[in-house]
Ligand binder design. Structure first.
Ligand SMILES: C[S@@+](CC[C@H](N)C(=O)[O-])C[C@H]1O[C@@H](n2cnc3c(N)ncnc32)[C@H](O)[C@@H]1O
Length: 274
């Protein structure tokens, strides 16, 4: 890589961190440069320095660039051990805390896209409820919300290809899905726990007192003021000492960060203060 390209990448890295709270230092240079070239061709910029100037000065181009990084994808059990950590450090203690008193464990998948994250969380919750002895006093629900009605319709249908379910551990695939001519349909155990809501995270939260909010790979779409607004909306939707999980490349920046304490840096898990 040439020195000029390295300098360009560093300025883009700093820009995305500052403007979107998006940390791309884990992405390969080749991958980021490929996205730069993709956008360069479409943006009308004449060369790399010209494109860098445009990107650093335009909100619109920043959004387009983030989209070009191809991070509008989703997956079951995305990011290896992230959901294992969430189960152990968050869902398990939350379930345990309700064993004596009864009650409902409430989880929100904010920006659930086509449902893979929502059903992953529902499987994790079901496993933890079972570990706690399936105490009939405890119920558990997972709400999946998204701005996109098309994505939500797909999530509600809950039918996935063999390729799409490849990260679901085999024992869970057999237990929670019904195979039908090569497709995998979400079964009743998961369906009875999930709810869907078409929502905009920039609006006042419609529901409150969630024990856990998982908002992964969504904040990257927002500019700083919007980012802060969404993080504070998520804060309002959590019960005191509730938990927030972000995506692996995301961070809490600015004043909203002060309202959370860090629980797990690698897996971006925070706890609401007070
Ligand atoms: C990259 S996907 C993330 C899916 C999933 N959370 C994951 O990490 O695999 C981002 C999702 O955020 C949704 N989204 C973007 N802006 C939103 C907003 N203002 N309110 C609610 N959802 C939004 C998009 O429709 C998309 O489905």
């Amino acid at each position: 890589m040439e020195q000029s390209e390295a300098k360009l990448l560093e300025s883009i890295r700093l820009h995305l961190m500052k403007s979107r709270g998006l940390d791309i230092s884990g992405y390969s240079s080749t991958f980021v440069l490929r996205s730069v070239r993709k956008r360069l061709g479409r943006s009308g910029a004449k060369d790399l320095p010209d494109y860098a100037r445009l990107l650093l000065s335009s909100e619109e181009e920043t959004t387009q660039f983030v989209a070009a990084l191809s991070i509008n994808v989703t997956d079951f059990f995305r990011d290896g051990g992230a959901f294992e950590a969430l189960s152990e450090k968050v869902i398990r203690p939350v379930v345990r805390s309700k064993v004596g008193s009864g009650g409902i464990v409430r989880i929100w998948s904010a920006g659930c896209a086509t449902g893979q994250e929502l059903y992953t969380l529902t499987m994790c919750l079901d496993q933890e409820l079972r570990r706690a002895g399936n105490n009939e006093n405890i119920m558990g629900t997972v709400t999946g919300g998204d701005l996109s009605k098309t994505a939500l319709a797909f999530a509600r249908k809950g039918v996935y290809s063999k390729e799409q379910v490849k990260n679901v551990p085999l024992h869970m695939l057999m237990e929670y899905f019904v195979e039908n001519e090569g497709s995998y349909e979400v079964g009743e155990t998961l369906r009875r726990r999930v709810r869907f809501v078409n929502e905009n995270l920039l609006d006042e939260p419609r529901s409150r007192f969630f024990d856990v909010v998982v908002c992964r790979n969504v904040l990257i779409y927002f500019s700083r003021p919007m980012h802060d607004q969404v993080v504070m909306n998520l804060h309002r939707s959590l019960r005191p000492n509730g938990y927030l999980m972000l995506g692996r490349t995301e961070s809490l920046v600015g004043s909203p960060r002060l309202h959370y304490e860090l629980l797990d840096a690698e897996n971006r898990i925070f706890r609401k203060k007070e």
